[in-house]
Design a protein around this ligand. Structure first.
Ligand code: CAA
Length: 399
């Protein structure tokens, strides 16, 4: 072979080949297997009961923390596992195949709380809060949504009035994942209403502070085991040293953190879809109708083909977003695309999985009806599908 060609190939083409490598490393495969085993052994046995009784999976979350899944991307010096985002999405997919109520708790703690604190918190905040959150000793929650500020996140009504060495917090936050089980809240609140979103701050609030009240647990369509509450603040004193970043950085903080969070929720949607698909595939090879397994009927086989193709496309988008984040590149667009697509296909795939199961699909023991109910929230939280389209269209229109 021509030496010039060899040099050209080595210098220019091999990095491209490396970038286009879709193979997982041995470490990635080990993380995926560990999450798969945990989901099968520890989550599957009680998942139907937890869903029915709206029971928060406290023991399972504790175990996840001990295994290093609650602060996966955090530096080990702060109690985390020091893994990359690809490892995180692989684990999220496996946990979500079995129990999305567990994976949303894991996602909020990993992507919104731990990542936000590690990236933007100061050393004291990391020592005091991140170490406990990343090691799974404590759980965190992210408090942005309000009764009148969901998608329109700049319209924060919760106020954090500057009193010199502390803030006084008043207001109500809605639909807060880990609302009761969290020990620490990251609260987004308005300090200077005249400055709009530039007057918003992000504060670390301890749940046991005087004036913090937890509302009743929401009775939800899906992810019923997850711990969703309203949180009320009445004259809560928050020390100034608990503000994350500069004065007025809170909205940017929320947006930055949510971009990463959307990768986690995209992986959750992917997991819900692939969990339902695996159940439908297995069932289609066991169930007989018209003298043969139903997978031999084209009506079912074509459904499975469409489901498998959409899941594969979603997985590529999720992994691309995770890879983009790991490369230190701007991942806002790829995160929104991954979440938009994966949450839509989760709707489609779970509904088809119920259809393939027929009457059995409509009853709880076969799991697919739960996955169909769980799928819906992925189009709503951490930015609705409409919000993802705002982010994507603004970026593509900028050119
Ligand atoms: N990174 C950094 N800054 C960003 C940003 C990003 N990704 N996106 C926006 N910003 C900045 C903008 O640059 C702008 O700042 P400047 O004025 O200084 O340029 C500022 O934020 C305001 O941005 P916009 O003008 O774009 O604001 P907007 O009012 O048009 O809204 C939006 C934009 C995308 C709709 C945003 O409000 C949004 O994401 N809403 C959805 C909120 C959301 O995801 N909520 C989920 C709740 S958390 C949850 O669900 C967790 C859970 O428990 C599971």
């Amino acid at each position: 072979m021509n030496i010039g060609f060899c040099v050209f190939f080595a210098v220019f083409c091999s990095p491209i080949l490396q970038i286009m490598n879709f193979q997982l490393t041995e470490e990635h495969k080990a993380v995926r297997q560990a999450a798969r085993d945990f989901a099968k052994n520890e989550l599957l046995p009680g998942v139907i009961e937890r869903d029915e009784k709206m029971k928060f999976p406290a023991e399972q979350i504790k175990m996840l923390g001990e295994l290093g899944f609650m602060g996966m991307m955090v530096d080990p010096k702060y109690g985390g596992s020091g893994m990359d985002t690809i490892s995180y999405v692989l684990a999220m997919e496996e946990i979500s195949k079995i129990d999305a109520s567990v994976s949303v708790c894991m996602s909020v703690n990993n992507s919104l709380v731990c990542w936000g604190l590690e990236k933007y918190g100061n050393e004291d905040q990391k020592q005091k809060y991140l170490t406990q959150l990343a090691s799974g000793q404590k759980i965190g929650a992210f408090l942005l949504s309000e009764p009148e500020a969901g998608s329109d996140a700049t319209s924060q009504r919760t106020t954090a009035v500057d009193m010199g060495d502390h803030y006084i917090l008043n207001g109500t936050k809605n639909w807060i994942t880990n609302g009761n089980s969290a020990s620490y809240y990251l609260v987004i609140a308005q300090t200077y209403p005249e400055k709009g979103h530039k007057g918003i701050n992000a504060l670390i609030v301890e749940k046991n502070s005087h004036g913090v009240m937890v509302g009743a647990k929401e009775n939800k369509l899906g992810i019923r085991g997850s711990d969703t509450h309203s949180i009320m603040f009445q004259d809560v004193k928050v020390p100034k040293e608990n503000r994350i970043g500069d004065d007025g950085f809170g909205f940017t903080f929320a947006m930055k953190v949510l971009a990463g969070g959307r990768i986690g929720i995209a992986a959750q949607a992917l997991g819900i879809a692939s969990g339902a698909y695996e159940l439908a595939l297995k069932y289609s090879k066991e169930r007989k109708a018209f003298g043969t397994e139903i997978s031999n009927h084209q009506a079912i086989a074509f459904k499975l083909a469409d489901m498998a193709t959409q899941i594969e496309a979603a997985r590529l988008l999720v992994h691309k977003a995770a890879w983009t984040k790991d490369q230190g590149l701007d991942y806002t667009l790829s995160a929104s695309m991954a979440k938009l697509f994966a949450s839509d296909i989760a709707q489609f795939v779970t509904s088809e999985a119920v259809q393939i199961h027929g009457g059995y699909g409509y009853v709880k023991e076969f799991h697919v009806e739960r996955l169909m109910r769980d799928a819906k929230i992925t189009q709503i939280y951490e930015g609705t599908s409409e919000v993802q389209r705002i982010v994507i269209s603004r970026t593509v229109l900028k050119g």
